[in-house]
Design a protein. Structure first.
Length: 51
C-alpha cells in the first residue's frame, strides 16, 4: 500500500471536523434583549420621575 497524498477536499473535511464549531451569534438587539432593554429604560424613567 503506497503513501499517496490525501486529496485537498478530503483534508479540508478532516480539518473542518477537528476545528471547534462556533455557533452563529444572533444580533445584540433581537427579540427578548430588546424587550428587556425597553423594560429597564421604562423602570429607570419611572424611578427618576417619582424621586
Amino acid at each position: 500500500m503506497g503513501q499517496d497524498p490525501v486529496p485537498d477536499r478530503v483534508w479540508q473535511a478532516i480539518v473542518a471536523r477537528i476545528e471547534p464549531q462556533v455557533a452563529a451569534k444572533r444580533p445584540l438587539l433581537s427579540g427578548l434583549n430588546l424587550v428587556a432593554i425597553a423594560c429597564v429604560v421604562v423602570a429607570a424613567v419611572v424611578v427618576l420621575a417619582v424621586f
